[in-house]
Design a protein around this ligand. Structure first.
Ligand code: 5GP
Length: 183
């Protein structure tokens, strides 16, 4: 069975926003080294493009989070599958997310990192889906917004498919299967 994909944002629109985010981060972090944290797997393409749009000194690290529930709706139960290798203590840290939806994943990661006493902690997300938000958490840097729908492409998947697509699409008519959903 084939899924139906409707284009949401083209690769050129994405590139424009990634460039803008890089410049905003450059402006805000003058004279400081940044620790950029990629939230696997969905952020990997955004992260790769973003780090090349930033001109400040940086180091990078990677975490993996997973939530449980329907494959397109988060239940709010989030666990860390892979922790950072760097210490965040006294560092200027930016979490780089693919999408903030309910906010459960970001909230869990944000508080875990905050407990480790970074000098500063900010969030950069490619996509902000505000209509689904269940907890009060905001990204400091937002690439693009959307009101509803399940998005795939440019690193984001549905059941591990579509990550390789260079543009962003809304997946139409996706069935809701009650299963673990790796992020
Ligand atoms: P939240 O915990 O905010 O509901 O969801 C965060 C994570 O769920 C994201 O990092 C992403 O991996 C996944 N997610 C949420 N919404 C979408 C979506 O529309 N498309 C895809 N592919 N993943 C999503």
């Amino acid at each position: 069975m084939f899924d139906f994909l409707r284009i949401l944002y083209t690769r050129d629109q994405i590139a424009d926003q990634v460039h803008r985010l890089g410049k905003e981060i450059d402006r805000d972090y003058a004279g400081r080294e940044i620790l950029l944290v990629c939230v696997l797997k969905g952020s990997f393409l955004f992260f790769a493009d973003l780090v090349r749009s930033i001109s400040r000194p940086m180091v990078m690290d990677f975490v993996r989070m997973a939530s449980y529930g329907c494959d397109t709706i988060s239940s709010g139960v989030v666990e860390m599958r892979k922790d950072l290798e760097f210490s965040v203590t006294d560092r200027d840290v930016i979490i780089v997310e693919d999408i903030v939806d309910t906010g459960y994943t970001l909230q869990t990661l944000y508080h875990r990192l905050l407990d480790r006493k970074p000098r500063s902690l900010k969030v950069c997300t490619l996509l902000d889906k505000r209509s689904d938000r269940r907890v009060q958490i905001e990204a400091d840097y937002v690439g693009l917004s959307l009101d509803e729908g399940f998005v795939v492409g440019y690193g984001l998947d549905h059941q591990e498919k579509y990550r390789e697509l260079p543009d962003l699409y809304v997946l139409e008519g996706s069935p809701c299967v009650d299963k673990e959903r790796p992020i």
